[in-house]
Design a protein around this ligand. Structure first.
Ligand SMILES: Cc1cc2nc3c(=O)[nH]c(=O)nc-3n(C[C@H](O)[C@H](O)[C@H](O)COP(=O)(O)OP(=O)(O)OC[C@H]3O[C@@H](n4cnc5c(N)ncnc54)[C@H](O)[C@@H]3O)c2cc1C
Length: 369
């Protein structure tokens, strides 16, 4: 059986590992000259967003025998709004590296793989379709899916970020919801180490946002983060991504073509998490090719998660800075603090997003009338 995987990112490599372990050696086509050949950034995985799973990396290890080492556990998430700051504590999840770093998730996956990767590939999907029994699209965005008429794009985002040097607590990322500076978007800081971190803003490309001066927005956010962290952060290695697509495929598989990772629509529009679901789609696609279980059935919960996350995005977008302040302030309220601690606790498999979705949906409806 001949399987082509287009894209050696986290979904494509996870698919390749699962195939290989079951006796199929795929051919992997990667357009870059090596795995992860792009800017280095830190990303996060929060267990609470993947319920009923309680420990994402433990799950991947136990269920799929794929071992991924994080930078750190996250035991405290510091949440800033315009006038408030609060924190969520507990076993929240993990942070990890991406891109060119030798310990990036894609590099760790590559080390667990034997199959050949064809680098600097300029193969087109149409060619691969003719030469292979199955083609797995894992190119990291919705473009291929969209060109094949198989994608609903809900929004695109601009992402501006940099590596910053300062003093950080590795297990304590920060997130900012401040619409005065980042309208309808957010900013975050994820430490790589005690000395380096990733500082990023992401905002939707709506007409009012497109008019704004991107550099000015970034400078204002950088000043805010420096002031909130009470240090002068030194900027190194900046990056920008324009028109980053958030959407979902209409069908996860068409004939012998599979859509996985961001080609499927794994990035959640609410908070921008996509890594865990990308790995799942990779492995699930392999299971279908191997005849173990149907891809369409396995990814059903991912469609639901995506749509719930879109409700969350619309809900967040409708809030004002005053409302965000009130929410952030309440995170320190003893009762709510207790509840959140219990929800983050790995003894519960309660899916908070699922339960909050109908309430947010109603709020969105009221807002749109
Ligand atoms: C700045 C940023 C921060 C993020 N932060 C988080 C976070 O904190 N937590 C989280 O869970 N998610 C986060 N995400 C989302 C997450 O990174 C993605 O959902 C995930 O990487 C998607 O995996 P993938 O396999 O689809 O794509 P990737 O891992 O990006 O891999 C795609 C691969 O395909 C290759 N490729 C592209 N075109 C072709 C072609 N024509 N032929 C061959 N190869 C090709 C690329 O070079 C690349 O190697 C973030 C994304 C960004 C951009």
């Amino acid at each position: 059986m001949k399987v082509a995987i287009m894209g050696a990112g986290i979904s494509g490599l996870s698919c390749a590992i699962a195939l290989e372990r079951n006796g199929i050696e795929p051919t992997i086509f990667e357009k870059r000259s090596r795995v992860g050949d792009r800017f280095i950034n830190a990303e996060a995985m929060f267990d609470i967003l993947n319920r009923p799973i309680k420990d994402c990396l433990g799950y991947i290890r136990e269920k799929f025998n794929i071992d991924l080492q994080p930078i750190s556990d996250v035991d405290k998430l510091i949440v800033h709004s315009k006038n408030e700051v609060s924190s969520i504590q507990g076993k929240i999840g993990y942070t990890n590296l991406r891109g060119r770093h030798e310990n990036s998730f894609e590099r760790q996956l590559e080390k667990q793989l034997k199959s050949k990767i064809i680098f600097n590939s300029s193969y087109e999907y149409e060619t691969l379709c003719k030469e292979f029994d199955f083609v797995v699209l894992a190119t990291g965005d919705g473009e291929y899916s969209s060109n094949l008429g198989n994608y609903r794009c809900d929004l695109t985002c601009t992402i501006v970020g940099a590596t910053v040097v300062g003093d950080f607590i590795k297990s304590n990322p920060h997130v900012w919801f401040n619409y005065d500076i980042i309208p309808k978007g957010y900013g975050w800081l994820i430490p790589f180490s005690e000395k380096e971190a990733n500082l990023v803003i992401a905002y939707p490309d709506y007409p009012n946002n497109i008019k704004l001066d991107r550099d000015k927005m970034w400078s204002r956010f950088y000043e805010l983060a420096s002031s909130d962290l009470n240090q002068s952060l030194k900027i190194r290695d900046s990056f920008q991504i324009t028109r980053y697509m958030m959407g979902i495929c209409l069908r996860p598989k068409i004939d012998n073509t599979y859509f996985i990772g961001n080609c499927f629509g794994t990035i959640s529009p609410g908070l921008g998490f996509g890594q865990f679901a990308s790995i799942l789609t990779g492995v699930y696609c392999a299971y279908d090719i191997l005849g173990i279980e149907k891809y369409e059935k396995l990814v059903k919960p991912l469609f639901k998660n995506y749509n719930n996350s879109l409700v969350l995005r619309r809900y967040l977008e409708n809030l004002t800075d005053d409302k965000l302040d009130a929410i952030v302030k309440n995170l320190d309220n003893k009762l709510i603090d207790n509840l959140i601690d219990r929800l983050c606790d790995n003894n519960t498999s309660l899916d908070i997003l699922k339960y909050l979705t109908p309430i947010m949906k109603l709020a969105n409806k009221i807002n749109s009338n």
